[in-house]
Design a protein around this ligand. Structure first.
Ligand code: DAT
Length: 189
């Protein structure tokens, strides 16, 4: 890997806007985008299916090396000169390879509408809204990545405005340390 090369994880609760902003970042920076869901599908990285929750069970001991391998391959393409790789996926923050972790946040009241549109079950929606209200992804990210972690509330921002903030954070012009986003009002109400 070149010294200027960087791997940036975009994580957060399902529906917060990871795909939306990762795709915008890929076009704008420019960067190379790796979607964990696609990587898992393409490389058969799941170890089973949780029938009750209807999602693929991913083994982190397999996923994390696969992310590193995919990133190393992209950085090593000599005539492409990729400087930044964006890893989009809510499991990304469990892997150690990141130079920066950005946790996207969206207020549970907004998230609820998005998850209803996806047809999630009531229990899956509640589980995700509670996780978002408490900030589970931020806490988990901080445990492994410490001050490499930034969190940004993009829920009420237009894609253009959210993108500007994320680009400033990626470029080191702005810091957005965890602890400033507070959605606990949703739990109390
Ligand atoms: P994720 O990849 O985190 O699951 P997504 O990018 O697929 O989330 O976004 C879920 C839905 O919400 C999708 O229909 C796009 C919409 N959305 C995302 N960010 C938004 C924003 N800042 N403003 C309005 N809609 C947004």
């Amino acid at each position: 890997m070149k010294t200027s090369s960087r791997i940036i994880f975009i994580t957060g609760t399902p529906g917060v806007g990871k795909s939306t902003f990762s795709e915008l970042l890929e076009k704008t920076l420019p960067a190379h985008l790796i979607k964990i869901s696609k990587l898992v599908e393409d490389k058969n990285l799941f170890s089973g299916i949780d029938r009750e929750k209807k999602y693929k069970i991913v083994d982190l001991d397999i996923l994390c090396p696969a992310i590193k391998k995919a990133a190393d391959e992209i950085f090593s393409i000599k005539n492409k000169k990729t400087e930044i790789i964006i890893i989009d996926g809510h499991l990304s923050h469990f892997c150690p390879e990141a130079d920066m972790v950005i946790v996207l946040r969206t207020h549970p009241s907004i998230l609820k509408k998005r998850l209803l549109k996806r047809g999630y079950s009531d229990s899956k929606i509640l589980e995700n809204l509670e996780a978002e209200a408490i900030g589970v992804c931020s806490i988990e990210s901080h445990e492994l990545h410490g001050n490499k972690v930034h969190e940004i509330d993009v829920g009420k921002l237009s894609p253009e405005d959210g993108l500007k903030i994320i680009i400033d954070v990626v470029g080191g012009k702005k810091r957005s340390p965890i602890g400033e986003v507070d959605f606990l009002d949703w739990i109390i109400s």
